[in-house]
Write a protein that binds this ligand. Structure first.
Ligand code: PLP
Length: 958
């Protein structure tokens, strides 16, 4: 093993020998060879082209070289991305703190109260600032949030029209994403200069307004919103949250939906992401919200507690009827933005906004003084200046001094001011437009303290109402208080820094500190997504390497890194398939076959791609039912677009017949989409492209070590064969049109930024660089070994639901707890909650099969931790049998009462038929390492019946 791989992989050679002995194999390679079907081995070609492993020091040195190829400039391009000061207390205690970044989506709310509180704070911040009733947490970025807003309007409007009106003064990337998403589902977009008084058509289902506009203009859209309502449509407004501290809220202007980004609330630019988008809706639309919604409920003691409301796993439940395909969101970034608001409070935010507006006003004045034509009278932070024929010159002059401006066209330059802009910056920018170096007093700085903020804005648009009134935005103002608040929240949560999170299908592997290091370097963090090519060469070099490595590892020809999550990758891949069929004159091919076992996002993505979902049955062994597949192919032959199949399957097994399945689809003219989220079971041993895949998405936040951040960020790159590559997404503002292999993508964008969440690519780059191809293969083998070891040790206690050849599983196994329930009355829920008392995060519960636990230990856990889990599961089973044997009543035992809190066991009266020690220290080892859940079991249904999605008053926790 290489130096880093031996630290990334938890089991050493001795442990692996012991585990292999329990399975009857001599080597990990022999185990994987036996588990993976022969047909796949036969097809597998060796991977070359991944450099041998670097040490941690070498990788950091190479990252430093890449960082140095990015020019640290002052981005003033705007268009939804602004430089910002991340308070250091947030960088250190959230962004760089594994207690926050290694947590998972809060499916087990009792051990996620800290991040759930942070997210409900985010929702409160958004509802307050937008003046609407309910906000989610979160959207993937602003452009996709607008697209989701359009789809929400389509669902909620009673209008029969398929027309959606788009503000001409919207961000170009938003318009481009809207075009893609509208076209896919047959929505007709009509672009109108709304601020210039263009009349709305009489037939429409919605209208979208950018507020302030992309050109910086602030205007009163009330008339447009009213007209949309008269036509039976909904009004979607994309609003800048910082501007909303000074300007009237979209809700008060009549918007039904507000969307946008929270990037400028302390989240680094990162060359485009990750940042949290937001969406808020008026009352009555909350059940239409896409993505995740945090709500308040009660625990078993009637105490307030948070949990995901309504949509907890909505794609899994509603599949093709889901409101959207969003699964992984942007939790870590939403937490940062919320904490930025907690840190500054309403006064601090409005001070920042006022400062920004003053600077903009002063710059406009200086430009006008020197004869420049500044477009609008009313603006917040952005100016458009007419410079006939000299736009290039102005932009280049600015660049020579380190400033990046927006080249809008030959005659127009845009400039956006932010909280980091200084008086010297303003003077330098004015100089780029032709103003003298110093003013008449010889001052080289552009003084702005006396400028009137948003001077040209009508009084009726000034914000009068209060916002961020909750105490959370007023009580953590000193750094000591802030540090302690962040620590308190983190302490309520169970993340990888406490123990194993064996969530099946989530791949909770190590996120090594060295992998994380570079993301906060300013050369990666403070880079605008639309910066000129010459300023981002380090990023482009890294992207090129990643594209070629991922293509190599998957057996495909091209890779697109743009999608912001696995779900977005699915949509992207399916859109490429549609593009291909259309180019071949086969636009009628729109049927997407999806096995019943598939991840819920698959069906939801197919619908968003404008496809029709046809479900293929699975047989008793959990494999695709070949007979049913052939029948469905025959039935839909001419309309067959694609089969979406997950490999290895969501049942955790390597299906035998995958090559045959792929061939059957190809024979009928269909394309094969292989969902690659489970690549951790295959990487280094086989490649999707070699056994029939045409296109796949990968989850860098699963297989390639990007941390889950409590439910995001993620990156879902799409890899495709050459015939599909041309239909992958390009981007109107991309620095380069070409991709690895010299291919030019021609599809429209699926995300706001050309390379999506580029700011976290250094993590996966470092992972691959330090593992090398040998290390990546060893990691796969160790992951498969760990899953099979758990399966063999536990199968006498809990049947393993599905296995492949030789009784082996892939990288995860499904433990069937339904027999236990029949025998003892103890449910899978009880076992999951009791695991908390034992110091564990429960495995994935009731997915993909109700009443089961899906366990994925990953390669990063050591044998001690695996043993601890095995012992806990066996002990819990014994407790369940003690219930059925009558030792404890069915309604009062350590399982149904789990998890137990500290408060509960110090109660004066202990009335339960088991001891306090059994309750909280079921094993002695816990005495020193105990994790104490802050709340008892949470009543999910109560919270959905009494929907509350904003911070409850402090007294509620008394
Ligand atoms: C995780 C997962 C997805 C969705 O990925 P997100 O990044 O959460 O959108 C899709 N398919 C499978 C099989 C997965 O495990």
């Amino acid at each position: 093993m290489t130096a880093f791989a031996s630290r990334h992989i938890g089991t050493d050679a001795g442990a692996q020998r012991q585990m292999l002995a329990a399975l009857g194999f001599n080597s990990v390679d022999a185990l994987v060879q036996a588990a993976v079907p022969q047909s796949i081995h036969a097809a597998a070609r060796p991977t070359t082209g991944i450099p041998p492993a670097a040490t941690e020091a070498e990788a950091l040195a190479e990252l430093r070289e890449l960082a140095d190829q990015n020019r640290l400039a002052r981005p003033m391009i705007g268009l939804g991305y602004y430089d910002t000061f991340t308070p250091s207390v947030i960088t250190r205690n959230v962004l760089e703190n594994p207690s926050w970044y290694t947590a998972y989506t809060p499916y087990q709310p009792e051990i996620s109260q800290g991040r759930l509180e942070a997210l409900i704070t985010f929702q409160t911040m958004v509802t307050d600032l937008t003046g609407l009733a309910t906000a989610n947490a979160s959207m993937l970025d602003e452009a996709t949030a607008v697209a989701e807003g359009m789809l929400l309007a389509r669902r909620a409007s009673k209008a029969a029209s398929n027309v959606f009106v788009v503000d001409a003064d919207a961000f170009p990337q938003t318009k481009a994403v809207l075009r893609v998403r509208a076209r896919a589902v047959g929505i007709h977009l009509v672009e109108l200069a709304l601020a210039d008084g263009a009349e709305l058509p009489t037939e429409l289902f919605g209208v979208f307004v950018q507020y302030p506009g992309a050109s910086g203009r602030v205007w009163d859209p009330t008339g447009v919103l009213d007209a949309a309502h008269v036509a039976g449509g909904l009004a979607v407004v994309a609003a800048d949250l910082l501007a909303l501290t000074l300007l009237r809220s979209p809700g008060s202007l009549g918007a039904d939906v507000a969307v946008g980004t929270t990037q400028r609330f302390g989240v680094p630019l990162g060359f485009g992401g990750p940042h949290a988008g937001y969406m808020a809706v008026r009352q009555g639309l909350e059940r239409q919200l896409p993505g995740r919604l945090v709500g308040v409920s009660q625990d078993a003691d009637g105490q307030n507690a948070y949990r995901l409301a309504l949509q907890t796993r909505e794609q899994h439940i509603r599949r093709e009827k889901a409101t959207s395909n969003i699964c992984t969101a942007q939790v870590l970034l939403a937490v940062m933005a919320a904490m930025y608001a907690v840190y500054h409070g309403p006064e601090g935010l409005s001070e920042i906004a006022t400062d920004v507006a003053r600077k903009t006003e002063a710059l406009a004045q200086r430009l006008r003084d020197y004869g420049q034509n500044v477009h609008h009278d009313a603006f917040f932070d952005t100016l458009r200046v007419t410079v006939p024929g000299t736009a290039r010159t102005v932009v280049e002059r600015a660049r020579s001094r380190g400033y990046q401006l927006f080249w809008a066209d030959e005659a127009t330059v845009g400039v956006s001011v932010d909280e980091t802009t200084t008086a010297a910056d303003l003077a330098a920018v004015a100089w780029a437009f032709g103003a003298p170096e110093a003013d008449e007093h010889g001052d080289r700085d552009l003084a702005y303290a006396d400028a009137t903020p948003i001077a040209g804005v009508a009084a009726s648009l000034h914000r009068e109402d209060e916002y961020l009134t909750h105490p959370v935005f007023h009580t953590h103002r000193s750094e000591t208080a802030m540090m302690r608040y962040l620590k308190q929240l983190a302490d309520r949560d169970y993340a990888l820094d406490r123990g194993m999170i064996p969530l099946g299908s989530c791949t909770m592997k190590l996120n090594a500190a060295t992998e994380m290091a570079a993301i906060s370097w300013p050369e990666f963090a403070r880079v605008h997504p639309f910066a000129p090519e010459a300023d981002v060469r380090g990023y482009l070099a890294m992207i090129e390497q990643l594209e070629s490595w991922l293509a190599e590892l998957t057996g495909y020809d091209s890779v697109c890194l743009q999608p912001n999550a696995g779900s977005q990758g699915e949509l992207t891949g399916l859109l490429a398939i549609r593009g291909y069929h259309e180019a071949n004159g086969e636009a009628q091919r729109t049927v997407c076959l999806i096995p019943s076992s598939a991840h819920g996002t698959n069906a939801a993505s197919a619908v968003l791609a404008g496809m029709r979902v046809v479900v293929v049955a699975c047989d008793e062994a959990g494999n695709v039912d070949l007979g049913d597949l052939r029948a469905k192919i025959a039935e839909h032959a001419d309309a067959l677009a694609a089969l979406m199949i997950t490999y290895p399957s969501t049942h955790g097994v390597y299906e035998q017949d995958v090559a045959e399945i792929a061939a059957a689809v190809h024979d009928a003219g269909g394309q094969v989409y292989v969902d690659g989220a489970n690549l951790n079971a295959l990487l280094g041993f086989a490649r999707f492209g070699d056994f029939g895949g045409d296109v796949s998405h990968l989850n860098l936040h699963k297989t390639f070590a990007i941390p889950h951040g409590g439910g995001g960020p993620g990156i879902g790159p799409v890899a495709a064969k050459a015939h599909l590559a041309p239909y992958l997404p390009a981007h109107p503002l991309a620095q380069r049109a070409d991709h690895v292999g010299g291919v030019r993508f021609t599809g429209g964008p699926v995300a706001a930024a050309p390379y999506g969440s580029a700011g976290i690519l250094p993590i996966s780059w470092a992972y691959m660089r330090m593992m090398g191809s040998a290390g990546l293969r060893e990691a796969t083998a160790a992951a498969v070994l760990a899953a099979n070891y758990l399966a063999v040790r536990l199968h006498d206690h809990f049947p393993v639901l599905y296995t492949g050849v030789g009784g082996l599983v892939a990288h995860e196994c499904i433990l069937d707890l339904r027999p236990l329930r029949e025998q003892t009355g103890i449910s899978v829920d009880d076992v999951a909650k009791r695991l908390i008392d034992y110091g564990f995060h429960a495995p994935t519960m009731s997915f993909p099969v109700a009443g089961t636990l899906m366990v994925e230990p990953t390669e990063s856990e050591d044998l001690d931790e695996l043993e601890r889990f095995i012992e806990a599961m066996i002990a819990i089973k014994a407790e369940a049998f003690a219930v059925s044997a009558g030792q404890w009543p069915a309604d009062d035992n350590p399982l149904v009462n789990a998890p137990h809190t500290a408060q509960q066991i110090v109660a004066e009266q202990w009335t339960h038929p088991y001891s306090r020690e059994v309750a909280v220290y079921p094993t002695r080892a816990l005495v020193r390492t105990k994790y104490w859940p802050p709340v008892r079991r949470i009543d999910q249904a109560y919270g959905d019946r009494h929907l509350v999605c904003a911070c409850p008053p402090i007294e509620a926790f008394a």
